[in-house]
Design a protein around this ligand. Structure first.
Ligand SMILES: C[S@@+](CC[C@H](N)C(=O)[O-])C[C@H]1O[C@@H](n2cnc3c(N)ncnc32)[C@H](O)[C@@H]1O
Length: 468
């Protein structure tokens, strides 16, 4: 970072925003950022001997730069590498959902899934999350991260924000973690500096307004938008919120959130906001604000047409559902259905919502894929091994050594110490990694090829291991 020049227009903008604090801000940009992780509350509930992120109980800063690739527990979804300031979303969401029943929540700009996995942790299973990403090449990684996070109450969609109006009034809460000029990420991603200029800020600002306008109609009266960016300029932040006030009579709301040292709060014309600066907190730049749709706003109905996803499901509904699909997850209100060749599980409670969504949007995945039938053999899906509802009693869990776990995750051959047959779960430190099917003298490794560890550890670089 030290040899990179900040654009003069950016310096002027930040001097205007920060006044005397500018020098401290610039010095902070020259220091390296500190990495942080967020623990999965079900898969790794024990606290860590690391410094905790004050605004999120499961967030921890790492002591040093270290790769997580060679930690089997990273691949098992026991933690997510997430920038600390972003974890503040949990505070906002918790304050918004307090005691509320059966909410429908949309994470509109969701890839790669940092916020969506956090939202899953904060919601409970009676709430439904739609996690959406418009860019096709990014939906895969979003889906992978959500599968590893293992919740069942999630639908992954791939739509432009404008498509959502077909749903009619639908959501209680919409999280808009907007694509932005990324000023707050300059020190993590110095390449972003070269893309920055005032024209790019203007472009981001108008795109954000378009996104907010497109989505306003699907928000229920009294519903909430949590808007965030990782940029500092006022155009993409306060001014957009002000624009929503003027354009749509959006109301500012003040949430009951404790004060955290270094986190700036403000209020302009009734709009409350939170700002994170790298010279004030251990974290990157972040802005968040919460607005509400007036209770008096109108409702609209859905105008969906039947999408392909729905047809794929309907055609095959007559096929017999294998018994194992009813017990492989410990879910009481399981609704098991066939989509193409694959059995999937979703909650009965969300059946109507799923139907409505499938008529209006492009669904990438709904619920948990359970597996497929090959002759009489049921091939369980990796999603079942990753699920927080996995019925462990149905299978033998084979505990692997570190070396075996890395070989399993790399899809390299090794000999199992333990005799076994049929479908088994491979575990490391008690946490499921995936499936094998054991035969008399060998086993087939069912870890997904596209998830495998591709490079061997160089023997030198530092490895982070959560369990040590
Ligand atoms: C800040 S990133 C989201 C990060 C994500 N929420 C997380 O925490 O991992 C913004 C996302 O918006 C998506 N995006 C880009 N253009 C968009 C548009 N016009 N409408 C909606 N989303 C867009 C990007 O693909 C990107 O995934």
């Amino acid at each position: 970072m030290a040899d990179i020049q900040l654009p003069q227009a950016f310096i002027t903008q930040m001097e205007t925003l920060l006044g005397n604090d500018y020098t401290a801000f610039e010095s902070a940009l020259l220091r390296p950022s500190r990495r942080s992780i967020r623990l999965h509350p079900h898969k790794w509930p024990q606290p860590m001997g690391l410094t905790q992120v004050p605004w999120y109980k499961n967030g921890y800063w790492l002591d040093e730069e270290a790769t997580v690739t060679y930690d089997p527990l990273f691949h098992a979804g026991t933690y997510y590498v997430q920038e600390a300031s972003s974890m503040f979303l949990a505070q906002l969401l918790e304050a918004c959902i307090k005691d509320k029943e059966e909410l429908t929540v949309l994470d509109l700009c969701a890839a790669p899934g940092g916020k969506s996995t956090l939202i899953c942790d904060v919601l409970d299973e009676k709430h439904l999350l739609i996690s959406n990403e418009v860019i096709k090449t990014r939906v895969n990684i979003l889906d992978e991260n959500l599968l590893k996070w293992g919740y069942n109450n999630v639908i992954v969609t791939h739509n432009d924000p404008a498509d959502f109006d077909r749903l009619g009034t639908f959501f209680d809460i919409i999280v808009v973690d907007a694509p932005c000029s990324g000023e707050g990420m300059f020190r993590k991603d110095p390449a972003a500096i070269n893309e920055w200029d005032t024209a790019h800020v203007d472009l981001c600002c108008s795109r954000q307004r378009r996104i907010l306008s497109d989505i306003w109609q699907v928000l229920k009266p009294g519903g909430i938008i949590i808007y965030s960016t990782c940029t500092f300029n006022r155009k993409e932040n306060e001014e957009n919120m002000r624009w929503m006030q003027e354009q749509y009579q959006a109301e500012g709301i003040e949430l009951n959130i404790p004060a955290f040292e270094g986190v700036e709060t403000g209020n302009e014309n009734g709009i409350h906001f939170y700002r994170f600066y790298p010279h004030k907190v251990t974290g990157e730049g972040f802005f968040a604000s919460v607005i509400r749709k007036p209770e008096s706003a109108a409702w609209t109905n859905h105008t969906g047409k039947r999408e392909k996803w729905s047809k794929d499901r309907k055609v095959q509904q007559k096929q017999t559902i294998p018994e194992i699909t009813k017990t492989i997850l410990t879910k009481e209100d399981a609704y098991v259905f066939l989509h193409k060749e694959e059995f999937r599980c979703f909650a009965q409670t969300f059946k109507d919502a799923l139907e409505q969504i499938s008529m209006c949007l492009k669904i990438y995945r709904a619920g948990t894929p359970l597996g497929t039938l090959k002759g009489k053999d049921f091939l369980p899906d990796i999603a079942v091994a990753m699920s927080i509802h996995l019925n462990k009693e149905l299978f033998t869990c084979i505990e692997l050594s570190y070396e075996e776990a890395i070989k399993y995750l790399s899809k390299e051959d090794f000999v199992l110490a333990q005799e076994s047959s049929g479908w088994n779960i491979m575990c490391y430190k008690g946490v499921p990694l995936g499936w094998i099917k054991a035969m008399p003298n060998r086993f087939n490794n069912y870890f997904p090829s596209e998830w495998r560890i591709r490079n061997q550890w160089d023997g030198v670089s530092k490895r982070f291991m959560i369990g040590e």
